[in-house]
Design a protein around this ligand. Structure first.
Ligand code: BT5
Length: 328
């Protein structure tokens, strides 16, 4: 991954553990003038990094802003494509809307849009997604898999298992569960929502826009009243402040692996992972879709990602897209 000089300067300060580094030293190392170094320092300060100038010793990094640091993210990422192009914003209406524009402009497979704050974050069916500033991961990944349009909904499940396994790799104090189709729950409350949108021709997907919203560092009081009883965050589950950059890097790594695996080898492996983390199968559920309400036991997901429900009269119904209420 190519780092800009500003990113590399920042890395030097992060590795220095609070020790000062002189402007002359940096100028020598990067073979540029001290003025050029000073300009990069100015930019870092504008981005919220605080430095103190210590006479004869140079700049000392005092604090880093609480934001998803793109330089750090680039450094951590070991993916081939996912996250190799990053569009970072302090504030946007919705990362999905920005991603749609980028797709029209020809954005590459794996391009991500990430924002600290969304003013009109979106859920499914134009519902609102609350995106508190600086506390979550509000991100859209543009992917261009070679698949027919009817396979697109399975990517919601691919994304769900990627996020679940990223969380399991990083956190020990909770076990995240998937609620079909697009929620991740911690202790029964929603911590993550996924919104998969598609741009396609009749027989071929042009792009999928996988929107991922993860509540990371909110405390309960940070949520609006109407969400306080149904929402939670990773930090509440884990019991400590969480490094968002690490979590983004893990999610992108798992997502790249799983979507490549899915495109090459089909749904079976994803299905098994999904079943291992399902908080829906075996439960009594009520599925409300635009067309109907189906109640019964959630018995399995099919090869197409459809949820099958056994109703009280024994009849099995497949549900394609719905809101699920778990009854027991
Ligand atoms: C979702 O919709 O769960 C998909 C959410 C996707 C959000 C991401 S953020 C990055 C990208 N850019 C966007 O604009 N969107 C995507 P759905 O299943 O329809 O759930 C929406 C419902 O979840 C709302 O009606 C609320 O009840 C609830 N909700 C809203 N904000 C929440 C939050 N922060 N945490 C937990 N629940 C929330």
């Amino acid at each position: 991954m190519h780092l800009t000089m500003k990113d590399e300067i920042l890395q030097r300060f992060l590795k220095a553990n609070g020790e000062p580094i002189s402007g002359q030293q940096l100028a020598d190392d990067f073979q540029v003038s001290r003025t050029a170094i000073w300009k990069h320092m100015q930019t870092l300060q504008q981005e919220g990094y605080e430095f103190e100038t210590i006479k004869k010793r140079g700049y000392q990094l005092l604090s880093v802003p609480d934001k998803v640091d793109v330089g750090q993210l680039k450094q951590l990422l070991q993916t081939d494509r996912y996250g190799q192009t990053i569009h970072y914003f302090d504030k946007v209406d919705s990362t999905q809307l920005v991603a749609h524009e980028l797709v029209r402009a020809g954005a590459k497979d794996g391009t991500i849009v990430i924002a600290e704050h969304q003013t009109t974050g979106r859920g499914r069916m134009l519902r609102e997604w609350e995106s508190t500033k600086g506390k979550g991961i509000w991100m859209t990944i543009i992917i261009r898999p070679t698949i027919p349009p009817h396979q697109a909904p399975q990517f919601t499940l691919v994304a769900a298992v990627a996020i679940i396994n990223a969380m399991k790799a990083m956190f020990k104090n909770f076990t995240p569960e998937i609620k079909w189709p697009n929620d991740i729950l911690i202790n029964g409350k929603k911590t993550t929502g996924i919104l998969t949108e598609m741009i396609a021709e009749a027989d071929q997907v042009q792009a999928l826009l996988i929107g991922i919203g993860i509540n990371v560092n909110q405390q309960i009081a940070d949520f609006p009243d109407e969400l306080q009883s149904i929402a939670t965050s990773v930090s509440i589950g884990e019991g400590e402040q969480v490094d968002r950059v690490q979590l983004v890097a893990h999610v992108l790594q798992f997502l790249e692996n799983y979507s490549d695996h899915y495109v090459k080898h089909g749904f079976q492996f994803i299905k098994e992972l999904w079943e291992q983390s399902s908080g829906t199968l075996g439960k009594q559920v009520k599925a409300t879709s635009l067309r109907e309400v189906v109640e019964g036991e959630a018995i399995r997901i099919t090869e197409n990602g459809v949820l099958e429900i056994r109703q009280a009269n024994g009849e099995i119904k497949g549900v394609y897209s719905a809101d699920i209420e778990i009854l027991d």
